[in-house]
Write a protein that binds this ligand. Sequence first.
Ligand SMILES: [Zn+2]
Ligand SMILES: [Zn+2]
Length: 349
Amino acid sequence: MSISTSVPAYAAPAAKAPLERTTVPLRPVGEFDVLIDIKYAGICHSDIHQARDGWGEGIFPMVPGHEIAGVVTEVGPGVTRYAVGDHVGVGCFVDSCRDCEYCAQGLEQYCVNGTTATYNDRDKNGEPTYGGYSTHVVVDENYAVRIPDGLALDIAAPLLCAGITLYSPLRHWKAGPGKKVAIVGLGGLGHMGVKIAHALGAEVTVLSQSLRKKDDGQRMGAEHYYATSDLATFEQLAGTFDLIVSTVSAPLDLDAYLRMVKTDGAFVNVGAPEEPNSLNMFSLIGGRKTLAGSMIGGIAETQEMLDFCAAHGIGSEIEVIRAEQINEAYERVLASDVRYRFVIDTSTI
Ligand SMILES: [Zn+2]
Ligand SMILES: [Zn+2]
């Protein structure tokens, strides 16, 4: 596709409007670009936020989707990393400045000059970016990752956001043998945290609102499972964890959670609550504890995560849907009625 063209997609025509089938422009395949025939696209909670303009400043029509898995069908003349037929993924961003100290370290997600988001953003030419709820996408080869053989594209798609969102903090804070790690919330993000932390060798605990998903959590690798609706949990687990990773996007009683962290341990937030959270500094001082955040991961680390997941037989637990079920799926995500990630079969678009 050397000339610009358009491709079928599901888009929100305006903020809060239901998504509908349409076509969107596809940029020509440039010198360093790959054209990807999208096979599956995961539905991330943040797709819903943005399609409903929860974070403001949305660009419409909006084609969400930053958990993209597909097959390379064309490469630009300068492409060296990929060939036609390769299985590849695209996550939350498709470009960055490539020049700042963070880009230089493979921490593109923290690019000083800002990444170009996979959708709901503008590329360096000012053109809107369109995400994975589509049949095709054109991406610079440096912002695609290889999906290893042995990792099916449908269960791989959610790894591109949910997987790396948990993998990166688990690695950074050294989850592994001898470490006690708690994952707060067993949803799309949390279930990946349990699987990855377990595969890293940590002793994993799930802290969930109820015990409703206990069997699932244990099957995924959690050794312990506690309900946070039971206040006794916080007493019982005082001073237990080297690392707690919270995937919850509602405000939490941080002081209560920090009491469960060991001296020199960390509480890391990957959820994105819209409301500010209060904190008593004594919760950190007494025990030299760290309160931190983490956001997805860089390209090299995303590749490392995919290779790790393939080596350990880890995929997302998914429910594959047809494109016309996207709006219904959004409602179910908001009601926490999904085990554990919706993935769109993009051949139905
Ligand atoms: Zn996401
Ligand atoms: Zn940069």
